[in-house]
Design a protein around this ligand. Structure first.
Ligand code: KG4
Ligand code: ZN
Length: 352
C-alpha cells in the first residue's frame, strides 16, 4: 500500500509518499517539505494570505518531486491523503483541493486528514507503538494532552486555555529580539543561561485539571525583561533559560495530572508520546523522559523531522485509515477548527 500525503495547513508546504510494509510499519519513500519561514520572518509570525499564495506556487512541483523520488507512478498509488484542517483556511483549501483533484484524476480513494490526528499517529510509523498512549501535542498552534485509544478514537484530557506552547516560545523570542521561529532560538540561548535567575510563574501548578495557561507566563517574561533592560546577551540567555524551565515544569505537572485522570478512568497508557514542533526541545525531552520512566512507561518522541509539520504524517494517517477500510467523500470540507475529541466539539456547539 502506497499513499501520497499533502500538508498545507500552516507555513510548510509538504508532499510525501509512504509505503505500508507487510510487517505493519511504514517506510517513507519521499518526504518533500518546503518551509515558508523566510517569507514570514519579517512579521515574526505566519501571515495567512502570504502562506496560502506560497502553497499554491510550490505544491504542484513538490508533488511531482515526491513521486519522482519515491519512484512511484500516480497509477501505483493506493490513496491520496490531504490535510483538511485544522489550520489557516486559505492554505488548507490549497492542499485539499489539490488532493481531491489528484484523486479524481488517478481514480484513487481520497482521505481527508485531520492535521492533529496525523501528529498523533505518526509515532506509530515504526509499527511498535500500541494503543492507548498518552500524547502531548505541542506546536505553534496547538497544545493538548490526549489519550490516543485507536484510529479516530481520541480523548482530550487537557488543552491550553490561551496561548499554545510553541506560540509562547515564539512570542518570547520576538520580545527578546531573537529570530523566528522562536523555539529553536530560545532553546539555543537557554543553553548559555541560568534557569534560576528569574523567578517566573508555573501557571496552574498543582491544579486538578490538565489544562494549560501560558499567557501569564508570557507577561511575566515581559515584565522581567523590562525590569532588566537594557538587556545584555547574558540577560537574554538567563531569561530564555528561566522561561524554558518554567514551561518544562508546567508541562510535567500537567502531564502528571492527565495521567492521574486517565488512571482514574481505569485505563493504562502504554507510553508517553511527544508530538508537534515543541517536541524538538531537548530540555523538554530530557525532563519528560525522566517523568515517563518514573511513571513506569517509555517516552517516545519521533525524529525531529517528523515532529514538525510534514507530508509523511499525513500520508501515514491516510494509511492508518485506509487499512481499516475507511475513505472520505470528495465533499469533505476544509475546516479551520477541527477538534479530535468529538465531545469537545459538542460542548462548544452547546455553548454557541
Ligand atoms: O508542529 P509545528 O512545526 O507547526 C505547527 O505549529 O503546527 O510547530 C512549530 C512550533 C513553533 O512555535 C516553534 O517555535 C516550535 O514549534 N518549536 C520549538 C522548538 N522547535 C520548534 N519550541 C521549543 N523548542 C524547540 N526546539
Ligand atoms: Zn502541526
Amino acid at each position: 500500500m502506497r499513499v501520497l500525503g499533502l500538508e498545507t495547513t500552516c507555513d510548510e508546504t509538504a508532499a510525501a509518499v509512504v509505503r505500508l510494509k507487510p510487517d505493519g510499519s511504514g517506510e517513507i519513500l519521499a518526504d518533500e517539505v518546503m518551509s515558508q519561514i523566510a517569507a514570514h520572518a519579517a512579521y515574526g509570525g505566519v501571515v495567512p494570505e502570504i502562506a496560502a499564495r506560497a502553497h499554491v506556487e510550490v505544491l504542484d512541483g513538490l508533488i511531482a518531486r515526491a513521486l519522482e523520488k519515491a519512484q512511484v507512478r500516480p497509477s501505483e498509488l493506493d490513496g491520496i491523503a490531504a490535510a483538511a484542517g485544522p489550520g489557516l483556511i486559505g492554505g488548507v483549501l490549497v492542499g485539499l483541493s489539490a488532493g481531491k483533484g489528484f484523486a479524481i484524476a488517478v481514480e484513487k480513494p481520497f482521505l481527508a486528514i485531520n492535521h492533529l490526528e496525523a501528529h498523533a499517529l505518526i509515532p506509530r510509523l515504526d509499527g511498535r507503538l500500541q494503543f492507548p498512549y498518552l500524547l502531548l501535542l505541542a506546536s505553534g498552534g496547538h497544545t493538548q494532552i490526549l489519550a490516543v485509544e485507536g484510529v479516530g478514537e481520541y480523548v482530550r484530557l487537557g488543552a491550553t486555555m490561551d496561548d499554545a506552547i510553541g506560540e509562547a516560545f515564539d512570542k518570547t523570542a520576538k520580545l527578546l529580539g531573537l529570530s523566528y521561529p522562536g523555539g529553536p532560538a530560545v532553546e539555543a540561548a537557554a543553553l548559555e543561561g541560568d534557569p534560576n535567575r528569574f523567578a517566573l510563574p508555573r501557571p496552574l501548578l498543582g491544579r486538578p485539571t490538565a489544562d494549560f495557561s501560558l499567557s501569564g507566563l508570557k507577561t511575566a517574561v515581559r515584565h522581567a525583561a523590562m525590569a532588566a533592560a537594557p538587556l545584555s546577551s547574558k540577560d537574554v540567555a538567563d531569561l530564555c533559560a528561566s522561561f524554558q524551565a518554567a514551561v518544562v515544569d508546567t508541562v510535567e505537572d500537567r502531564l502528571r495530572v492527565a495521567l492521574g485522570l486517565y488512571r482514574k478512568q481505569g485505563k493504562l497508557a502504554t507510553a508517553l508520546v511527544l508530538a508537534g514542533g515543541v517536541a524538538a526541545n531537548m530540555a523538554m525531552r530530557a525532563t519528560l523522559s525522566r517523568f515517563a520512566q518514573q511513571s513506569g512507561m517509555p517516552m517516545i518522541a519521533p525524529p525531529v523531522k517528523l515532529c514538525t509539520d510534514n507530508g509523511a504524517m499525513i500520508a501515514w494517517a491516510g494509511i492508518e485509515k485506509l487499512r481499516l477500510g475507511r475513505t472520505d467523500d470528495l465533499a469533505a470540507p476544509a475546516r479551520a477548527r477541527w477538534p479530535l475529541d468529538p465531545r469537545v466539539e459538542r460542548a462548544r456547539n452547546n455553548k454557541a
